[in-house]
Each structure stands twice: as C-alpha cells, then as structure tokens.
Write a protein that binds this ligand. Structure first.
Ligand SMILES: Cc1ncc(COP(=O)(O)O)c(C=O)c1O
Length: 391
C-alpha cells in the first residue's frame, strides 16, 4: 500500500505553454563571452555607469522614506514628466492620470499590452527580424504571430506584404523603430503608409520605441505619438533602461489613449501591480533636465562613428546604422560559417562576442550578418576593433 511515508515524491509534468522557447541567444553568448574572456559586444547593455546625478537622486529617494507601494499606475510626478516630454518632443498631449503607465521595463509593457488586447485565435503581425519577446507574448495570449519580413538588404517595411498579411483576424501589429537588430529608423512617409493601411481597420499598434533617443545624422524619431491617427490606436512603449544607461533597473513606460490604458492597467495591476518606488521618484527628478536625453544622439553617434571607422580596417562590412546602439556587419568576405557558428567562433577564437541576425527570424534565415552593440567605453570598442582587425 502506498502511504504518505513511502510514496515517491511526485512532480507533475507541466505541459509547456511555450514549448519552442529555450535559453535566449543573449544569455548563451554572454556566458560564452565570459568563458573565453571575449569583449562582449553581444547583448545590448552599456559597460559604463549612469549619470552620478541619477544615483544621487535615487539615494535621496531611498533615504527619504519613499520605499512603500506607489500608486498602481506609477508615481504621479514621473507620469507627469513623461507626458510633458512626449508633448514637447512629439506634440501629443497624453493625460498623465489616465493615459501614461509606468512599467517594469519595456518587456513587461509589451507583454501586458499584448495580454490586454489579444484574444485566442487573433493574429498579430510581427515584422522580422524581431526582438525576441514579441512572439512568446502573443503565444501566451493564445494569439498567432504572423511574420512579415522587412525588405532584405534595406530592412525597410514592405507595405505590400504587410497589406497582404492583414486579415479579419488581425488584432495588432508590432512596430519597432529605431529597430533592433537592423538599426534602421522609420521615416515620416513610412508612418504615413502605416496610417493609410490601418485606417479602414480596427488593428491596434504596439509601438516599441525603446531607442527613441538614439537617432543619428540629424534625423528625427518618428514616434507614432507624432501621428494623431496612429496614436489613437497605439500603445507607445519606451524604456528608461536604454535612455539613462540603467538597463538593470527595468523601468519603462506605456502611453495609450484612455480606453486602451484602462485595459492595459487591468493586466498590469495583477501582473506586477506596481514598479519600485524610489527609482520612479529619482527618474522623475532627473527628467526635469532634458539634456541627458537630448544629448544622447551625439553621445552615441560619436561611438558609432568610432566603431564604424575602426571596422574599415577589418574584413567586416558595416551596414547602415541610423539609430539604436547596434551596428550590423556583413561578414561574408571573412567567413563562410553560418551566423550562429560564426558568432561562436568569433567569441572563442577572436575574442569578440556578437549576435547572429538569424536568431531574430523564426525560420533562422542566413544572411551572413552579425550584430554588435557599441554602447561601450571607447577603450572597450578599441580593444574589440584591434581583435577584429586580425580576422
Ligand atoms: C527592441 C527592444 N524592445 C524591448 C527591449 C526591452 O527593454 P527593457 O529592458 O526595458 O525591458 C529591448 C532590450 O534590449 C529591445 O531591444
């Protein structure tokens, strides 16, 4: 007889909600980089610290007793600062009370937006190459990701293909500009094309704009918030992690019309409920000075140019990098390896970690392109370039 005393311990098997998901390539490459003491230009994060003024503001918040639950939607001063910034930069006045929510980074914002609007059986258009969190979010909501490739070579949106992918089941489209991994930036004309295409539909837009302050060569960021027709159907997502060099803080924002925000907050409320209080106060205080984000394009453009100039001396061909802190290269003159193999070889043998572009596609297509992150100290970039010159 099986009794409590002699019963084997029994762990039920979980039928996976995400059977296709494994450890992300970013984790794999970072571990490989550490193992081989490679310069890690793979995962997208700075190897330098944030502004000491932001740290002082955080310390002040921590020491002033701002350590209990904040309001569910976020600290009012931060929501007001975000609304004011969006209005100043993009001309759309969101109501800080009912249209701005502070989130635990952009990843949670995107997942919560998807869970708020996608029903089982709905289709969601994902433009590939795509950031890796989109697809699992859609699958968790019971939706079907519909992949549409950006144009090969230029990585610009292909509106004929997007139009062909729209069906009566399409619930949303995910748009990411500036774009990870290709470093392209949507133009005003492309935003207009999107608005024209969606006008007769009830399709929502989830706009991933985490790199909004990294647009180079005098171009401007075309936020969907600039475009009233698009803003009316959009969740606009951003991340303080990218803008203020604090990727580990995981604080982001969502701006959306009041009825969409109300649905978003229903999910947010029972997902994270609130985001840590002292960082929100610190960010609100720090945002009073717009210079850190207004000066970010110059700061990163200089690093981009340093890195690109160095690549000239290698067998890697840099593709255009109009925004984000990523630089893709065509390595076909240097190697015939597949993208995953090349990036692993580069990490092990040359001592520089990169990310294969193929992992951003569901079908893992090969284009002999690898992605580097240049959000690094100049000395780090120079060391990487020295090693890459040996290729
Ligand atoms: C396109 C894109 N969206 C979202 C995120 C996630 O942002 P967060 O760290 O705020 O969750 C990243 C981070 O790499 C990203 O590249």
């Amino acid at each position: 007889m099986t009794t409590e005393a002699n019963a084997p311990l029994r762990t039920p098997v979980a039928a996976s909600r995400l059977p296709a998901v494994g450890t992300t390539i970013f984790t794999v490459m970072s571990a490989l980089a550490q193992e081989h003491r490679a310069v890690n230009l793979g995962q997208g994060f700075p190897d330098f610290d944030c502004d000491p003024r932001l740290l002082s503001a955080t310390e002040q918040a921590l020491r002033s007793g701002l350590n209990q639950y904040p309001p569910m939607a976020g600290v009012p001063a931060l929501r007001e600062a975000v609304a004011a910034k969006i209005e100043a930069l993009y001309g759309h006045a969101y109501d800080a009370g009912g249209e701005i929510t502070i989130t635990a980074g952009a990843t949670q914002a995107i997942l919560s937006a998807i869970l708020a609007i996608v029903h089982p059986g709905d289709e969601v258009i994902v433009l590939e190459p795509a950031y890796d969190s989109y697809e699992p979010g859609i699958v968790l909501a019971g939706g079907t990701p519909v992949h549409v490739a950006l144009q090969p070579g230029s990585f610009r949106p292909d509106f004929d293909r997007i139009a062909a992918a729209l069906t009566t089941r399409t619930r949303a489209i995910l748009v990411n500009t500036p774009h990870n991994p290709s470093a392209t930036v949507w133009s005003a004309a492309e935003m207009q094309r999107l608005a024209d295409l969606l006008r007769p539909t009830d399709v929502f837009v989830i706009a991933d704009e985490v790199y909004e302050h990294m647009v180079y060569d005098g171009a401007r960021h075309e936020s969907v918030a600039r475009h009233p027709e698009l803003a009316a159907r959009s969740f606009v997502v951003s991340s303080f992690g990218k803008t203020y060099h604090v990727t580990g803080w995981k604080v982001g924002t969502v701006a959306a019309p009041a009825p969409l925000t109300a649905e978003f907050r229903k999910v947010h409320q029972f997902n994270v409920f609130t985001v840590n209080t002292p960082m929100q106060h610190a960010l609100a205080a720090y945002m009073a000075d717009p210079r850190p984000y207004l000066e970010l394009p110059d700061f990163y453009q200089r690093k981009r140019d340093l890195f690109r100039a160095g690549l000239e001396a290698t067998r890697l061909k840099p593709l255009p990098s109009a925004g984000t802190y990523f630089q893709c290269v065509d390595y076909s003159a240097a190697s015939e390896l597949s993208e995953v193999d090349f990036c692993q070889w580069l990490t092990r043998e040359i001592g520089v970690a990169a990310i294969p572009l193929s992992v951003f596609y569901r079908d893992g297509r090969e284009q002999r392109i690898a992605r580097f992150c240049f959000a690094k100290q100049d000395a780090t970039l120079r060391l990487a370039l020295e090693r890459l010159a040996r290729l």
